[in-house]
Ligand binder design. Structure first.
Ligand code: GTQ
Length: 349
């Protein structure tokens, strides 16, 4: 018997299963190959959301409900293989949030961690734990667990960003807590840019003691990430699978910036064709600049700026860039690595 064959169901066995079923028991040998699979078997499917389409729907939602009434005016990206579950991958939630000029998404906090990746607009803000940060295209912004946060837009244009949260992980562990603040906008207690100055200059306050798992920097501006890639690319040292790929790090310990979600930014030079790569962390990719194609599990997805696509766990992925491309991505890699089961495989060619 191979480990995918199940023992035959006989009349006597069936009667026995029914009998123990009355007492909420079931035989392992009837389900073993479904629950301990030789390799990952996910319901999550590869998919791409075109920004032009998402944007239309999102702006239409802006005519139907305010940010205040909705609390968060967000359209969830639901993986086609996981409909109804509010998930983009098995472990990660993603959605597009719209804040119109003059609006406020009222302050609240929850045990889930959130990242924001800004897609459209300029100088709208989020306030996190008393510090306001202005959000611009390509900025990677973090809301740590149980941090008060409210969003507002005092610019003249709609602000749109992608939210990535660890909602499915907290649900899995039945560890969700949430509460509203008593007023819509929390008091601002620190100067804008304070955390980046304090923790983002390759220095730390002399007596700094680590108090939490999330990075003390909560806005990693695109201008800085882009500049790093721009400087590095002249070296022409390309990873065959990833081009030039950086991960966002916590300056306190060098780990990932968030405890449950790993985030990355990569550059693919013009005409780059990657080697095949797969890993156990299903990954959400967000195109920042450039056009190209990715093959995921044999299906080709054409992409351009602001398109969002997802690669499930352990499916082969290759990327091709028509012109120089910049791609942001995130996954549960940090959680899997801490728990000791993350794996990757490369097909170098
Ligand atoms: O901005 O606080 O997409 O609490 C889902 C839940 C965004 C937020 C989401 C949230 C938020």
């Amino acid at each position: 018997m191979s480990n995918t064959d199940k023992p035959a169901v006989t009349t006597a066995r069936e009667a026995f299963y029914a009998k123990i079923g009355e007492d909420h028991m079931t035989p392992l040998w009837a389900v073993m190959s479904d629950i301990i699979t030789p390799e990952p078997k996910s319901a999550c499917l590869p998919y791409l959301w075109r920004y032009s389409i998402i944007r239309e729907f999102l702006l239409e939602s802006g005519t139907l409900i305010t940010a205040k009434e909705a609390e968060r005016r967000v359209l969830i990206l639901e993986n086609p293989g996981l409909r109804g579950a509010s998930k983009i991958t098995t472990s990660i939630y993603a959605g597009l949030q719209l804040v119109l000029p003059g609006e406020v998404a009222p302050a609240h906090r929850h045990s889930q961690s959130a990242l924001r990746f800004v897609l459209e607009g300029a100088n709208a803000h989020t306030t996190v734990d008393g510090e306001k940060t202005l959000m611009n295209i390509g900025d990677f912004v973090i809301t740590p667990p149980m941090s008060w946060h409210d969003h507002g837009n005092q610019s003249n244009d709609p602000m749109i960003w992608l939210d990535g949260l660890d909602i499915p992980m907290l649900s899995f562990f039945d560890a969700s807590f949430a509460e509203p603040f008593n007023i819509d906008e929390q008091p601002v207690a620190r100067a804008t840019g304070d955390s980046l100055a304090r923790y983002g200059a390759n220095m730390l306050p002399v007596d700094f003691e680590k108090q939490r798992l999330t990075s003390p920097i909560f806005n990693y501006p695109y201008v800085r990430s882009r500049e790093a890639l721009r400087k590095m690319e002249v070296q022409e040292e390309w990873d065959p699978c990833h081009g030039l790929k950086l991960r966002y790090s916590n300056p306190v310990d060098g780990g990932f910036a968030m405890p449950t979600i790993a985030a990355f930014m990569q550059l693919l030079p013009k005409s780059f064709k990657s080697s095949s790569y797969r890993s156990t962390d299903a990954t959400i990719f967000v195109v920042v600049e450039g056009c190209g194609q990715s093959q995921i599990d044999g299906t080709t997805f054409d992409w351009g700026p602001k398109d969002i696509f997802v690669a499930p766990s352990w499916k082969w992925v290759t990327h091709e860039a028509n012109d120089e491309a910049i791609i942001f991505s995130f996954s549960d890699r940090v959680a899997q690595q801490k728990l000791g089961f993350w794996r990757e495989e490369r097909q170098e060619n």
